[in-house]
Design a protein around this ligand. Sequence first.
Ligand SMILES: *Cc1c(COP(=O)(O)O)cnc(C)c1O
Length: 376
Amino acid sequence: MIPFLDLKSLNAAHREELIEAATRVIDSGWYIQGECLKRFEEEFTAYTGARHTVGVANGLDALILTIRAWKELGKLKDGDEVIVPANTYIATLLAITENKLTPVLVEPDADTYNLCPKNIERALTDKTRLIMPVHLYGQLADMPAIDAIAKRENLLVLEDSAQAHGAQVAGKSAGNWGDASGFSFYPGKNLGALGDAGAITSSDAELVNMIQALRNYGSHEKYKNLVQGVNSRLDEIQAAMLSVKLKYLQGQIEARRRVAAIYMAGIKNPLIKLPLDSSVDVMNHISHVWHLFVVRSEVREALQRHLTESGVQTLIHYPIPPHQQQAYAKSDFFNKSFPITERIHREVLSLPISPVMTDAEAQRVVEACNSFSVDA
Ligand SMILES: *Cc1c(COP(=O)(O)O)cnc(C)c1O
């Protein structure tokens, strides 16, 4: 079986270095808010190009705490509207509703799956305060256009960059657009810890200062609490793992691109729609980091069955859109009609992709895709 993502091999490639780094933390006697966190924050700041990084416990907290910080700073308040793509992972919405803001779901672009500037324009009201683009599957949303709308309308922009470490548009990376950006270092993400971790990047020093307090009980100074914070810290041991893995991220992105190129060139089946390869859009310098390689098919269930029988593990990102989730049964967007989003959720299928896949494995996936047909 070609696994969807072989995390064990992925981390085994850096086993000695990871063990060495973990050992240093164990022997240091210092396990939270120490030198490893500081170092990783500096390294990730350099990687994204934003001015600051704040490590937190996970990607969801990164989004929640950024919005919460804006509330503490008086820039957002209960009931403010947030424009968000309807086809996102539920975490983006949870960050909005947890903060008592109102999500305004909009249809994504049908080809890139990302927030579409035209639909943002249509969703603007006098209550709109924030736009949350989600760089789904590893490709940046149209950030030049989104930032331009935000500037014109005086709105905040929070990127959900959980799937897009290293992705760029116009030479500028995820994490360095908008006002702030939330990252996840969940083990399966392109930059993954060996457990949960997340971070916020931003060039806004006031915002960063507030998030630094919020993640640590609302405190910069022990026993002095400025705001009612939470405990959402990035452990030293995970920061140390991330510093090791960050060194290899760019190489791993290249390895993902190699697999993607084999799929793009090799998969030729009218029943399978390939992702839009905007990485060839040299004019806009869009670079895809292929967190997921997502194809579409009107006969997805049959395709998935065929691939499983051919020894190829696939997953669906995601089977149920947020507006149809029981968690939001009482929201006004529950069961509203979003035809593009619903069609995406019916048709998408994620093929295996990872830096540890061999060309031969990728070729086998291509062959399995090409041998798929529907029985008459
Ligand atoms: C993974 C993910 C998150 C949440 O990250 P966690 O670290 O699991 O909390 C948020 N948004 C998107 C789009 C994600 O893929």
